[in-house]
Design a binder for this molecule. Structure first.
Ligand code: AMP
Length: 495
């Protein structure tokens, strides 16, 4: 059976070329991308001759020590990576960027996303004699590049990029250049920035460019790659078979509110989803709107504004709980020890509350929070979700890849409302989401990848197809039957 847990899910990548403090910039850039991955971090540097790297487990500040940074000080070029904690293998050997030394060159690769044809490519490569050291799909691209008969690295990269499918971005460092690449649907984002001294940068999100005092140059679009070297910066296409479908989950949950993707600021989009949600699913006799910190605060403020209700801080999040924090025992949890979130009793007591969250995946968060608010004295809790029902797994790098873990794959909003103990539950419509993001892109779904809400997979399913089909739930099948419009376009999925 296919191993569903990719090692390179929703991560953050960074790159900078030709700067006297390249490693330090990579460190700062990665720090601003920390929300994209807390399991580990790495930086690889070069000086047009040697490639060296440092990496470690945990948050950036734990992963890379001042001593390790000192080691990287003399180098002018750097790429960096923060890794998302998936249930995949957790050892240091999986912390990127990966560095490969060959007799004639060295290549470092940092990767965000998931290849959906990694299994079959790997099988083909193994049949040709390739030996893999890890279960990471990143190794696949290195094998493809090294086995290519193309005369230059750039041509080998183009050939390799044309063989991989899915949602992905890369930052690649060689002795001669820094490369960035984006999948043919631009599912995962990658932006180019420029520092005041003229050095170019690559970053998964524009917030990294901003915090370094850089200027945004452009996003790398579907099917494009960029070469940054001593001659400057050049963007090229590796394929013309593109169909822009930017991950809606970047806007809904992953990206930092100050980032801008395809010209749309993430906070502004989230606020708009909240406004639209208030129009689509109002709550009668509500006293206030509360957002689940942090990712839902923008949407909650939009809901409150549109509904003319006070926006209150009814929940407080301890900002210092890293993933490595020791969790309380079950006995302490039963006793009510809450590490991450607390309800503000004086605010919620006796009130009718609209609780806005960005998404429901398994349903555990909503259930916990509704209970917490009720225990704090809330009268009614009406849950409003600023994205559509998360009905279908995603295979493009957001670590939600099995139907079994999706509550909406099996239960209706009414059933979920009851399960989480809410007084009502409603979701944003698919059209509401697309209108709220409002990309200036002429493509299906307004240029967005909304596969988790529609079951329409813009990059196909490849290795995952058989398993996906076999595991479709009754509710998913019914949804597909009721929405033929999602499955009848050329190049799109037919079930
Ligand atoms: P759940 O508790 O499983 O229903 O997860 C929903 C919560 O997790 C929401 O509050 C989201 O902010 C957050 N979330 C949404 N998508 C993801 C994801 N891919 N990985 C981690 N957390 C997520």
């Amino acid at each position: 059976m296919l191993e569903y847990n990719s090692l390179n899910e929703e991560c953050g990548v960074f790159g900078v070329w030709d700067h006297p403090e390249a490693a330090q910039l990579a460190y700062m850039g990665l720090h601003s991308l920390q929300h994209r991955g807390q399991e580990g971090a790495g930086i690889i540097c070069s000086d047009n001759d040697r490639l060296v790297g440092e990496r470690g487990l945990g948050l950036l500040t734990e992963a890379i020590t001042p001593e390790q940074m000192e080691h990287l000080e003399p180098y002018q070029h750097a790429i960096g990576h923060v890794r998302y904690a998936t249930s995949g293998a957790k050892g240091i050997e999986n912390i990127q960027p990966f560095l490969y030394h060959f007799y004639d060159t060295s290549i470092a690769v940092g990767h965000n996303g998931n290849f959906i044809n990694a299994e079959r490519l790997r099988r083909e490569l193994e049949q040709q004699g390739a030996i893999f050291h890890s279960s990471s799909d990143t190794e696949v691209i290195i094998h493809l590049i090294r086995r290519s008969k193309q005369p230059t690295f750039e041509e080998a990269l183009i050939e390799s990029l044309n063989q991989i499918k899915g949602g992905f971005t890369f930052s690649i460092l060689t002795k001669d250049a820094l490369y960035g690449a984006v999948d043919p649907n631009a599912i995962r984002p990658l932006a180019i920035g420029k520092l005041p001294n003229g050095s170019y940068m690559l970053a998964s999100e524009t917030c990294a460019i901003d915090v370094l005092g850089g200027e945004f140059v452009r996003d790398i679009h579907a099917g494009e790659y960029v070469v940054i070297n001593d001659d400057g910066m050049r963007v090229e296409r590796y394929t013309d078979e593109t169909n822009t479908a930017i991950s809606a989950m970047e806007y809904i949950y992953f990206a930092r509110p100050d980032s801008t993707i395809a010209g749309k600021n993430v906070h502004a989009v989230r606020k708009q989803t909240g406004k639209r949600l208030a129009e689509e699913s109002p709550v009668e006799n509500a006293d206030m709107v509360i957002g689940v910190p942090n990712s839902s605060l923008s949407a909650a403020s939009g809901y409150a504004e549109a509904a003319h209700l006070p926006y209150e801080m009814g929940l407080v999040k301890n900002q210092y709980v890293a993933r490595t924090f020791i969790q309380p025992t079950q006995a302490l949890r039963d006793q009510g020890v809450r590490v991450k979130l607390s309800a503000v009793k004086g605010i919620v007591n006796g009130k009718n509350i609209v609780l806005v969250d960005d998404s429901i995946v398994r349903g555990t968060t909503s259930k916990r929070i509704v209970k917490m608010l009720k225990e704090a004295g809330a009268n009614e809790v009406h849950v409003r979700i600023a994205s559509p029902e998360f009905m279908f797994p995603s295979f493009y790098g957001i670590d939600v890849s099995t139907t079994a873990e999706l509550i909406s794959a099996n239960y209706s909003p009414e059933e979920i409302s009851e399960q989480i103990g809410a007084d009502s539950l409603a979701y944003l419509s698919v059209d509401g989401l697309i209108d709220s993001i409002d990309l200036d892109v002429d493509a299906p779904y307004g240029g967005l990848c909304v596969e988790s809400f529609t079951g329409d997979y813009p990059a196909g399913l490849y290795d995952y197809e058989a398993n996906y089909e076999a595991n479709l739930s009754k509710r998913q099948r019914a949804y597909i039957d009721e929405h033929p419009q999602y499955f009848d376009r050329e190049g799109h999925r037919h079930v």
